[in-house]
Design a protein around this ligand. Sequence first.
Ligand code: ZN
Ligand code: ZN
Length: 272
Amino acid sequence: MDVLTTKRFEFSAAHRYWNPTWSEEQNQAIFGKCTNPHGHGHNYVLYVTVAGQVDPATGMVINITDLKRIVNGVLEQFDHKHLNEDTPYFREQQPTTENLVRVLWGLIASALPAQVRLYRLRLYENDDLFADYYGGESASFSRRYQFSAAHRLHSAELSAEQNQALYGKCNNPAGHGHNYRFEVTVEGPVDPATGMVINLVDLDAVVQPLLDELDHTHLDRQHAFFQRHPSTGENIVRYLWQRLAAALGERLRWIRLWETPNNIFECGVREP
Ligand SMILES: [Zn+2]
Ligand SMILES: [Zn+2]
């Protein structure tokens, strides 16, 4: 049986998005602030997951010290560099998170010893934006959003006593509230022109009406869906899925909702 081992790495780099075959206006429309000719930068965080058999002598899939040396050897050419200007990988493609994770995949996979295989790379550009790559044609791209709302857990199908017994404090008639956070994961081929699975501006445009609708509202009192369904985390994540699937179609893969940092609800086609 294969066992997975994951190690976390950090590196810092500058980059700029610019497609020379497009006009200034097109670049601006697709890439926005990322077109700044001077560049900007990120603290990237990379999770490297490898798979393999546990060596009976060492009890390890790979010596974590070896994994650290191999990956840091690869990251040396990216850390504290400008991705466009100091590396050869982004002359013909944009240094997006999706393209960067695929470049890193090629370099890390070929540097690993024969007994382990690269299983997954997850690359965070910041806390709210990351790409996953498993090799192959498709990559997945995830972005986090937040809204703040009041709600009350109450089911029209139960008596007042049953509601109180089931939901306890959450049944308080006037309501209470949360900072809801959710992560939207889309999957598909990387567009060679933009270097993205989905244009960030387009994804934000799809999600924004939903945020406008829910943010700083009372879910039960102001939204028809939650008048018919108790505003549990399960029903909220189902509602987000319905709304976003209508706009994103088959590219939508997974939604993860945090009601609080301790209560997490998820649904989708395949867990990222
Ligand atoms: Zn950037
Ligand atoms: Zn609550």
